[in-house]
Design a protein around this ligand. Structure first.
Ligand SMILES: [Zn+2]
Length: 257
């Protein structure tokens, strides 16, 4: 099977005039590429990422920011785009060794960089996070975060700290952000989230105690939503794990087995 190519500049993926952004043969002159990475995870789906200078890509092509593309792509392409986005960001942000300061060069067979001085190998960074829908019977807890660009109510999320389990991080984040206690934490699914390098672990959790107290500086508002309110609520778009948690909760009540 032919190798397929993705072309990108900075955090934008480039397409041809027909809007295609995956190519089964070279579309641009690869001798102009700034960097090239093998993104292949499955041998039957070989993919190469070609990072081009922006000046070379402007002719007849259009660039879509990865966040825009992710919001309109179908599920099948989400992991690939997420992987491409993270490799581009990682490559841009990791030029020198964090131990000795010498320049990094691409590893000869791994998707990694190696220090030209001390030999330290550095792989693309992943930051594990928890994301959780807290439920209380027919209600679920959603919050409007201070950093959201618009009025949107979403699930609670946060980074897992060094030394913490995912379950411990979940209990701590929920306590910090809305002041309630939870138990019966159940794993749902995970999603790679390339802004810039998160790996989201999705869970359901049951409410135990406490009144909602939004964390100052983090949460503008948080409240309980009845499952019948969710169709009209400003919740995240379908491609997000947050929405998948909300949809699964709603389906439990509207489509019982
Ligand atoms: Zn070094």
């Amino acid at each position: 099977m032919k190798i397929e190519y993705i072309y990108a500049a900075a955090e934008r993926v480039w397409s041809d005039p027909q809007g295609r952004w995956l190519f089964d043969e070279p579309y641009y002159n690869h001798t102009l590429a700034l960097e090239e990475y093998d993104l292949t995870l499955l041998p039957e789906q070989p993919i190469r990422l070609i990072v081009m200078p922006e000046s070379e890509l402007q002719d007849g092509a259009s660039g879509l920011h990865l966040r825009q593309l992710l919001s309109r792509t179908d599920d099948a392409n989400f992991p690939l785009l997420s992987r491409a986005a993270q490799v581009i960001t990682w490559s841009r942000d990791h030029r020198f060794c964090c131990r000795c300061g010498e320049p990094l060069v691409n590893h000869d067979h791994d998707l990694a960089k190696q220090c030209s001085g001390c030999g330290l190998t550095q792989y693309p960074r992943l930051s594990p996070c928890i994301i959780t829908l807290v439920t209380r019977g027919e209600y679920c807890l959603l919050a409007h975060g201070i950093r959201f660009p618009e009025v949107r109510y979403s699930t609670l999320a946060g980074f897992i700290e060094a030394g913490e389990s995912a379950e411990d991080a979940l209990s701590r984040e929920v306590r910090e952000e809305v002041g309630v206690e939870v138990n019966n934490i159940r794993y749902f699914c995970s999603q790679s989230w390339p802004f810039p390098h998160s790996l989201m672990f999705g869970f359901f959790a049951d409410y135990v105690s406490g009144d909602i107290v939004p964390e100052p500086g983090e949460i503008v508002d948080a409240r309980w939503f009845h499952y019948t309110e969710l169709d009209e609520a400003p919740i995240p778009p379908p491609f997000t794990i947050s929405r998948q948690l909300i949809d699964a909760f709603q389906a439990r009540w509207t489509k019982p087995d």
